[in-house]
Design a protein around this ligand. Structure first.
Ligand SMILES: [Zn+2]
Length: 496
C-alpha cells in the first residue's frame, strides 16, 4: 500500500508524464485526480491509484510560493491549522479567491487578513514565510520534512491509522539500526538512562499499551489524560502533561503527532540534530528529559504525586547539571554565555556575517540578526528584525536570508556566512533536502547569492555565534538599541 501511495504521489507531481496523460484522458479529463469519485468500472490499476490518492489527501497541502494557484477558502494551505484550511466563512460578494490577492509584494497584507479571517487564522497565515522572488506554489506531503512523499514515513502513517483500530502493532521492531545503538551507548549519562532509552527504542517499556497486550493490565489507555492508548510515544511526547514539560524545557519543543513515527525513529532523527559537542551536551540533556518524563509518569501513577510540568522540568535540569558537574563538563554555555568565545575573524579582504535567531514558541515570533565583521573583527554593518515564524528552524533560515540581503545590497564579493543552525547550513549547501517550511526562504538565499562564487555558508558552534545571538535575543525582547552597529552596547562589546 505505501508503494501504491508513492505511485499516486508521482501522478500528482508529473502531470506531463505519458502514463498520467493517458489516465487523465480516461478518468479525469477536466478535473484534478483528487476530486474524481470512485467508480466500479475503473481498471484495477486506477482503482488502486485512487486508494493511494485518498490516503494522500489526508496529509497533502499547498506550500505557498506566489499564491497564484491556490484558492483561499477551498484549498488546504495553512500548515499550522488542524485541517490546513480556512474555516471563517467567505464574506458575501467577496472578490477574493486566490491566496495571491492576500500578498503585498513579499509580505502578507495584514490589514486585509484581519478583515477576512479569525485572529487565530491571521496568526497562522503570518507564520508562512513568503518568497522574495515569487516562486511557484507546490504540493507537499505534510508529514515529511521536505514535503516529498516518503514510503517509509507513509508506512508509519498507515500503521498509525491501523493502530487506532487495533492496539497491536509489531512493526516497530524493524527499526533497530546499528547507528541508534552505538549512539545510545556513547551517551554521556547514567547507565539506567541509557538503558531506558534503549528499551524505549525497542518498545519494551511497561506502558499500559504493552502491559495490556500481554494481558498484565486491564486498560491500554492513559490514566492521566484518558487517551485510548498509552504507548511509549504517548507517555513521552503526546500526553498533554508531557507536552507541557517539553514546552517548559530549554528545547522549547513539542513534537507534532501528525506524521510522527515511533520513539526509535524520533531518537534517530533528533540524535542527528542535537549532536553533543564539547560545550553543550544537548543529546544527553534530551535523554535526561525523556527519563524525567517517564519518572514523573510513574510518580503520578504509583505515588499520586502531582508536580507541575515546570517543577518536573526544573528537577530534570537540576539532575542533569549536577551530573555534568560531577563529570567535569563545562556548562558555561548552557546557563550563561561564556566569555571565552573563539570566534575567528575572516581572512583579509573577506567579511564574515554571523546570523542567529531567537525564537519564542508561545508567540510564534522571533528576533533575527546578522552581524558583519571584517578581518580585524570590527563591526562594519548589521541588521536585525522582528518576524513571525512557525518554528526555530524557520527563524534561523530567516536570519540567514536577512544576512544574505546585505550581501546583495552592497554587492560584497567575498563573504563567509556563519550560523549555529547546522540543519539550515546543510540545506543551503545542498547536503540535505530543503524542509517544506523553509523551502521558499532557502530558494531566496540561493538566488540572492547566485552570482557570488566567493560567498560560503558554514556552521559554527553557539559559543562562537554569541554576538549574533545577543542581537537576536535583545531584538526579540524589543530592547536592542537602534544604533547597535555604531554605538556598540557594553554587553555586546563584552562578547566580542
Ligand atoms: Zn495521557
Amino acid at each position: 500500500m505505501a508503494l501504491l501511495v508513492k505511485q499516486a504521489w508521482r501522478l500528482l507531481h508529473n502531470p506531463e508524464a505519458k502514463w498520467v496523460q493517458i489516465l487523465k484522458g480516461i478518468y479525469f479529463p477536466f478535473s484534478n485526480p483528487m476530486s474524481v469519485p470512485k467508480c466500479k468500472q475503473g481498471s484495477w490499476a486506477w482503482s488502486s491509484l485512487q486508494e493511494g490518492l485518498s490516503f494522500l489527501s489526508q496529509d497533502i497541502r499547498w506550500n505557498i510560493g506566489n499564491g497564484n494557484g491556490v484558492m483561499i477558502w477551498e484549498d488546504k494551505w495553512i500548515p499550522t491549522l488542524p485541517s490546513f484550511k480556512i474555516s471563517s466563512p467567505r464574506p458575501m460578494g467577496s472578490n477574493f479567491y486566490l491566496v495571491k490577492q492576500l500578498i503585498n509584494e513579499s509580505s502578507w497584507n495584514i490589514t486585509l487578513l484581519q478583515t477576512l479571517f479569525s485572529e487565530e487564522e491571521v496568526k497562522a497565515i503570518c507564520q508562512i514565510p513568503l518568497s522574495f522572488h515569487h516562486c511557484a506554489d507546490s504540493l507537499v506531503w505534510h508529514p515529511s520534512k521536505n514535503g516529498d512523499y516518503i514510503v517509509k514515513l507513509g508506512y508509519h502513517r498507515l500503521m498509525q491509522n491501523k493502530r487506532q483500530n487495533q492496539a497491536a502493532s509489531s512493526s516497530r521492531q524493524e527499526e533497530g539500526n546499528e547507528t541508534i545503538w552505538s549512539n545510545i551507548w556513547s551517551l554521556k549519562t547514567l547507565p539506567k538512562i541509557r538503558n531506558f532509552i534503549w528499551k524505549a527504542c525497542h518498545n519494551v517499556v511497561p506502558s499500559n499499551e504493552n502491559l495490556a497486550r500481554r494481558r498484565h493490565s486491564n486498560t491500554a489507555g492513559c490514566l492521566r489524560c484518558g487517551d485510548n492508548t498509552e504507548s511509549i510515544e504517548h507517555i513521552i511526547f503526546f500526553c498533554p502533561f508531557s507536552q507541557a514539560i517539553w514546552r517548559a524545557s530549554t528545547f522549547h519543543y513539542s513534537p507534532a503527532l501528525m506524521g510522527f513515527g515511533s520513539f526509535a525513529s524520533w531518537w534517530q532523527e533528533v540524535g542527528s540534530l542535537f549532536k553533543d559537542d564539547d560545550s553543550f551536551s544537548s543529546q544527553s540533556l534530551l535523554a535526561w528529559t525523556v527519563w524525567g518524563i517517564w519518572k514523573a509518569r510513574n510518580a503520578w501513577i504509583f505515588e499520586r504525586s502531582c508536580d507541575s510540568p515546570v517543577h518536573v522540568w526544573n528537577a530534570i535540569f537540576k539532575d542533569f547539571t549536577e551530573y555534568q558537574q560531577l563529570q567535569n563538563v563545562s556548562l558555561d554555555s548552557l546557563s550563561c554565555p561564556s566569555h571565552t568565545s573563539s570566534w575567528a575573524p575572516p581572512p583579509p579582504n573577506f567579511l564574515k556575517i554571523n546570523c542567529d535567531a531567537s525564537f519564542s514558541n508561545s508567540r510564534k515570533y522571533a528576533g533575527i540578526a546578522a552581524v558583519v565583521r571584517n578581518s580585524n573583527g570590527i563591526v562594519v554593518d548589521g541588521i536585525n528584525a522582528q518576524v513571525h515564524a512557525s518554528s526555530a528552524h524557520v527563524a534561523e533560515c530567516l536570519a540567514l536570508r536577512l544576512g544574505s540581503t546585505l550581501i546583495e545590497q552592497h554587492d560584497w564579493q567575498q563573504v563567509i556566512v556563519e550560523s549555529d543552525c547546522k540543519h539550515a547550513i546543510d540545506m543551503i549547501n545542498g547536503r540535505t533536502s530543503d524542509t517544506w517550511e523553509a523551502k521558499v526562504i532557502v530558494s531566496d538565499i540561493r538566488s540572492l547569492i547566485a552570482n557570488e562564487p566567493n560567498v560560503t555558508f558554514s556552521f559554527v558552534s553557539r559559543l562562537n555565534n554569541q554576538v549574533a545571538d545577543w542581537v537576536a535575543r535583545t531584538t526579540l525582547r524589543g530592547v536592542c538599541p537602534p544604533q547597535w552597529t555604531q554605538l556598540i552596547p557594553y554587553d555586546l562589546y563584552h562578547l566580542m
